[in-house]
Design a protein. Structure first.
Length: 327
């Protein structure tokens, strides 16, 4: 989805009793601070509940939500945060009548997203069927077991599959919101929002790096040196052997540690970095696609086009046409 011109894009957050206040705050803070070059807000953010009024949270305070489900009817984006009930196994996979009724107010054109275990709401409503999705790493196995029709990816911070997005644990909601802002208005605006919020505009790897593991033994090594080297030499045809050499590891050890630290394989990570760099060049320069491909290590424009299609669903030219005009 690309949002350009016109009135501010309407984002509606559907909260439930036992909501996690941080997840609600993330949406208001990030979308609420996105502005164009004239300082005009790019989004309007509204909170609603199946039954408006005082909504209990998982903290020692309530949230007053005056809007009911009718607020969803003109939403451009709907976001469902987690709630305490999502952590109760006997309640997962079930939608209360009021939540199910609220979801019926969402227009077919709206973009849908969930934060953390809010994905169970989308799944129970059948909105994730046939799509790639994620949730908090502790709940991925259960999501996959309850809904075998969903392609559950436990490694990533968020997913974006044909207008339906999901994110991992609470803070991954930040990554998800920045991803949507970046897709709507380009990297510069998303980066400005990230700077105001004092968070990184993009986090490398996936949630696997946050899964609890034993403390490393003294002298245990890291892939940081290999990653730093790769970022300085993205234009070169890097191999697993090159990276392993820089990390002073065998290829097998490098691959294992890379997954532990970033959640992806070395080559997947390298492709992510090249895509990120290519997107910046397409947004900020007029260099031909073949030149961008050479600078980012894809080698040829044909190879870069294939990666853009697979990862972003558009060609480099279409991506540039969309974002070069967004200031």
């Amino acid at each position: 989805m690309t949002v350009t011109g016109g009135a501010a894009h309407r984002v509606v957050v559907l909260v439930r009793p036992g909501l996690l206040p941080m997840e609600l705050g993330i949406v208001h803070r990030l979308f609420g601070t996105a502005e164009d070059d004239r300082g005009r807000p790019l989004y309007s953010v509204v909170t609603c509940a199946p039954s408006p009024g005082e909504i209990p949270t998982d903290a020692d305070f309530t949230v007053n939500v005056p809007c009911g489900p009718e607020a969803l009817e003109d939403a451009g984006t709907v976001i469902v945060p987690a709630a305490v009930e999502d952590y109760e196994p006997q309640l997962r996979g079930r939608l209360s009548d009021d939540v199910r009724g609220a979801l019926e107010h969402i227009p077919a054109t709206a973009r849908l997203a969930s934060i953390c275990t809010g994905s169970f709401v989308l799944a129970a409503a059948g909105l994730l069927a046939g799509r790639r999705a994620t949730t908090h790493w502790k709940s991925c196995a259960e999501l996959a077991a309850l809904y075998p029709e969903i392609d559950v990816d436990p490694h990533v911070l968020y997913t974006d599959d044909r207008g339906v997005l999901t994110s991992a644990g609470v803070a991954a909601g930040i990554d998800l919101c920045l991803h949507m802002i970046r897709g709507d208005h380009g990297a510069d605006i998303a980066n400005a929002v990230a700077r105001r919020t004092v968070v990184p505009p993009h986090r490398d790897g996936g949630q696997a790096q946050y899964i609890e593991r034993p403390v490393p033994e003294p002298g245990d090594t890291s892939t940081a040196a290999a990653r730093a080297y790769a970022l300085r030499h993205l234009d070169e045809p890097l191999t697993l052997e090159d990276l392993a050499c820089r990390a002073a590891m065998s290829v097998r050890t490098l691959t294992r540690k890379f997954r532990q630290e970033t959640g992806v394989t070395p080559m997947q990570w390298l492709t992510q970095q090249r895509l990120q760099y290519a997107r910046r060049l397409l947004e900020r320069t007029d260099e031909p696609v073949d030149r961008v491909a050479a600078r980012t290590g894809f080698g040829t424009g044909t190879a870069m086009r294939q990666h853009f299609r697979e990862s972003l669903g558009v060609s480099p030219r279409a991506y540039r046409n969309t974002f070069r005009g967004v200031e």
